[in-house]
Design a protein around this ligand. Sequence first.
Ligand code: AMP
Length: 120
Amino acid sequence: MAYDPNNVFAKILRGEIPCKKVYEDEHVLAFHDINPQAPIHVLVIPKGAYVSWDDFSATASDDEIACFVRAAGKIARDLGADKKGYRVLANTGVDGGQEVPHFHLHIFAGRPLGRMVAKA
Ligand code: AMP
């Protein structure tokens, strides 16, 4: 799938719509989800134009991937999510339930998070 530069996270990266930022560095931006599913629900996105986890893991540079993984762990710790535990999730493609076609990691924390995957 080609990257759509008009997706909502691309607009956030360009400053065209606001976000509640929690972290930023050279390669990464993180902000609170607009419709939180847990007391802590943060989205971590690369600044590069990657459609999905599949795209990012295959085509991002080693530097981008290392920065992204390090940042996601730091963000969770900085939010205190490591104390009682948390979940990271990357919905990917149609069956994965991905709605926004810019790669993003969800970080959920702040309550017991229940089943790993919804029942069929
Ligand atoms: P996904 O289904 O994995 O693609 O998740 C997309 C997420 O983006 C959802 O949890 C939405 O609530 C969230 N979202 C959509 N628009 C915004 C926005 N403008 N700011 C923050 N989060 C958003």
